[in-house]
Structures are given as structure tokens and as C-alpha cells.
Design a protein around this ligand. Structure first.
Ligand code: V1P
Ligand code: CA
Ligand code: ZN
Length: 397
């Protein structure tokens, strides 16, 4: 409609299944899969879908899921329902005592809801499909906004994440790529991905996050946690962490991101990159505590894209749905090289326009307004960059 053309010289693929968007974690739960519907509405209203290969993703198979996850955990996820939970899994009942069997992480953060397994296998299938498009050279940038669920463990759900689609996608990439760099800009620590690959040197994980051991989920990811360092672990020094305090702004974050990611790419020379774009690092997020605008968040995508290395872009957290949708639509436009062509006034028509009424119909509302004071002085950021550069020196033998 407004002349968004295909990117010249490279291909972008979009992987999604609208069934994912229909699932509900429960009324009071902050994770809202319908934020994906809102994202897609903006993307389509701008006409961006015409510039990508769009793929209806399929559910991951059990064989694919057990490439990382434990079989009894997948059995559990595929058979549990809100109705049979108490009968078939009595030890998961709140208050059950004296039982030390499987727990699987079920609880308030990771509830059992209707269609849970369909939800999980669809977002995982999309990330696996996206990774395969990269390894088959059919795509240079592959996008799955429904993925990015970085906390899930081998046999445990954690922090709204059940299946770790990122780990499954990286396992696909590793079939063809010698080295994969994982970058995580969600406000939370990417602990599940870090843990999955902390004994290999073929994946370098790098997470930027708010860190407070006592008060902020999941409480891991200090600067000096670079993976188990015993001498025969090839994965030693292959997890990097950038712990931050409340209130970081666009200018600081962009400077820090480029100062850290640049040397990581130069030193590690990844042949593929996975970028987790959790949008809970934006200002005004319901769970987050940073002051990033859509532009600051998006600048990370632009910077990573500029290296022209095969790139898998996934979503993640993000709890103020209208701003998640703005950010991921903007980042889609960056991927297809159309960000400069978009009119910042949202071209939305009813019934979606009202979702954006709070800040007005703009793609770039000011989100930096100081709900949180910036507790990251320049000296602190400089000490992080120095430490990371020091850590990178250990990566060569
Ligand atoms: O803080 C906790 C746990 C619950 N307490 C016992 C400690 N959980 C957090 C989980 C945040 C997960 C973030 C996921 C992601 O990184 C990737 C998708 O973004 C939590 C919070 C919070 N404010 O941090 N859970 C909830 N809020 C929650 C609130 C209402 C209903 C259910 C969960
Ligand atoms: Ca992170
Ligand atoms: Zn998060």
C-alpha cells in the first residue's frame, strides 16, 4: 500500500502461526500471547509482509523437542491439562509435602492452561523452521516473534517459559555452523540458554539484564559468571553477562551494546547469530525497570544486522502489549531495511487503533520518562566494557 519493497540482495523470512496468539495464561498473568496479534496488525498495516517470505509454522515434533528436553518432561507437558492436573499429578498440588519427585516448574509463573502443549510446540516449531531457513541459505534473516523463551530448562518450566525454542534453534544451527553467538536484550537474564551451552565453545552466550540477586528474577548473571572454569571444560569463558541497574537509557544502552557486541563478534567470529529481543527492557514495561525507547531497543537490531551474518531474530518478554507490538514492528522494518520509509504515525484502522490510544497513534512514543532514575553511571558502564574485553582474551587458547 505504501510501497514497502523487498530488501535488495538478501531475504527475510517471517515464521508464525496465529494459533499461538489465542492462548491465555490466566487473567492476572502478565504474559499475553495476543501481543503477537497486535504486532502483526502493525506489520501488515504498513505493508511490511509483502517484503518478506511469510511461513505458517508447524508444531515441533516430540522427536525435535527431546533434542534438548527430557522425555518425561515432554510426556508431562503433552498430557497435562487443567482438569487432570490434580488427579494425575497429586504431588504438584499446592501444599503437597514430603514428595521429592518431578516438579517440572509448574506454579504461578508457569501455569497449566488449556492448549499449553499446542502453544509450546507451535512457538518452538517456528524457531526450528526459522533456523532451518538460515542453514539452507533460503533466508538471511529469519524472524519468530513468538519465540525467545530463554528460561526453560531441560526438565523444568521457568519464568513463563516451558520449551526452550532458542536452544532447539541453536542446535539446528550447530549442524551447519561451527560457532553461534547468542545475544539477549530481554531485561531478564537468559539463564536457560546459558546453562544449555555452558560446556561447549561452539556457542557464545551474551545477556544484558537487570541484575539483583535478591529481588529480581531469576537472580543469576553477575559479571564474573562466565561459565564453569575447570580446565577441561571447553565452554569455560563462553558465557558473558552484562548486569545492569534500574533506569538505563537509550544513549547508555546503545553505547554499551556496541562496545560489548562489537568485540564479541570480532573475537569469536560467529558464523550465525541469534538475537533475543525481549521487549520488557523498554520503558513503561509492566515488569521491567529500564528506560529504553523503541529507537534504543531497535538500535541493537540495526547494529547486529550491520555485520551481515545469518541472523535469527526471536521475541521473548514484553508486558505492555502495545509497546511490545510497536517495538517488534519497528524491528521487523529494520530487518527488511524499511525503517527509514515508515511514517511514524501508525496506519491502523479499527478495531486495533484503540490499543494505542494511551500514547497516541505513533510508533515512537516517549517511554524514557523517568519512572526509574538511571542508576548506571558512565564509570560503571566503562568498568563493564573493560571486564568483558578482559574476559574475551581468555577465549583464545
Ligand atoms: O519473581 C518471580 C518468581 C515468583 N517468585 C516466587 C519469584 N517470577 C517473575 C518471573 C518473570 C519472568 C520473566 C520472563 C521473561 O524473561 C521471558 C519470557 O521475560 C514474575 C514477576 C516479576 N514481576 O518479576 N512473575 C510474575 N511477576 C507474575 C505476576 C503475576 C502472575 C504470575 C506471575
Ligand atoms: Ca537479557
Ligand atoms: Zn524478560
Amino acid at each position: 500500500r505504501n510501497g514497502i519493497s523487498r530488501p535488495k540482495g538478501y531475504t527475510v523470512s517471517w515464521h508464525a502461526n496465529p494459533e499461538v496468539e489465542k492462548h491465555h495464561f490466566g487473567m492476572a498473568h502478565p504474559m499475553k500471547p495476543w501481543r503477537l496479534t497486535l504486532t502483526k496488525e502493525i506489520v501488515m498495516a504498513y505493508g511490511m509482509h509483502t517484503a518478506m517470505d511469510t511461513h505458517l509454522s508447524r508444531a515441533a515434533t516430540v522427536e525435535e523437542l527431546v533434542e534438548f528436553h527430557k522425555e518425561d518432561y515432554i510426556d508431562f507437558l503433552s498430557s497435562v491439562t487443567p482438569q487432570n492436573l490434580a488427579t494425575n499429578y497429586p504431588w504438584l498440588k499446592p501444599g503437597a509435602v514430603g514428595y521429592s519427585g518431578p516438579f517440572f516448574g509448574v506454579g504461578e509463573d508457569c501455569p497449566i492452561f488449556d492448549g499449553l502443549f499446542e502453544y509450546c510446540s507451535l512457538y518452538a516449531g517456528a524457531s526450528i523452521d526459522a533456523a532451518r531457513k538460515l542453514t539452507s541459505h533460503q533466508s538471511d534473516i529469519a524472524i519468530n516473534w513468538s519465540g525467545g523463551l530463554h528460561h526453560a530448562k531441560k526438565a523444568e518450566a521457568s519464568g513463563f517459559c516451558y520449551i526452550n525454542d532458542i536452544v532447539l534453534a541453536i542446535l539446528q544451527l550447530l549442524r551447519h555452523h561451527p560457532r553461534v553467538l547468542y545475544i539477549d536484550i530481554d531485561v531478564h537474564h537468559g539463564d536457560g540458554v546459558e546453562q544449555a551451552f555452558w560446556s561447549t565453545d561452539r556457542v557464545l552466550t551474551l545477556s544484558f539484564h537487570k541484575y539483583d540477586k535478591e529481588t529480581f528474577f531469576p537472580g543469576t548473571g553477575p559479571l564474573d559468571d562466565t561459565g564453569p572454569t575447570h580446565p577441561d571444560n571447553p565452554g569455560a569463558h563462553h558465557s558473558l553477562n552484562v548486569p545492569l541497574n534500574d533506569g538505563i537509557d537509550d544513549v547508555s544502552y546503545q553505547w554499551l551494546f556496541e562496545s560489548v557486541v562489537g568485540p564479541c563478534i570480532d573475537t569469536y567470529r560467529p558464523t550465525a547469530i541469534v538475537l533475543q529481543c525481549g521487549a520488557d527492557s523498554l520503558g513503561h514495561d509492566r515488569l521491567g525497570c529500564f528506560n529504553l525507547n523503541i529507537q534504543g531497543h531497535g538500535s541493537c537490531v540495526s547494529y547486529v544486522k550491520s555485520f551481515k551474518i545469518p541472523l535469527l531474530v526471536v521475541g521473548g518478554g514484553g508486558y505492555t502489549p502495545r509497546n511490545v507490538a510497536r517495538a517488534w514492528a519497528h524491528e521487523t522494518s529494520i530487518c527488511i531495511g524499511a525503517d527509514k520509509d515508515l511514517d511514524p504515525t501508525l496506519p491502523l484502522h479499527t478495531p486495533f487503533r484503540h490499543h494505542f490510544a494511551e500514547e497516541g497513534p505513533t510508533l515512537f512514543p516517549p517511554l524514557h520518562a523517568t519512572r526509574f532514575e538511571n542508576k548506571n553511571p558512565r564509570t560503571y558502564l566503562e568498568s563493564i566494557v573493560t571486564a568483558i574485553r578482559e574476559q574475551l582474551r581468555y577465549m583464545h587458547g
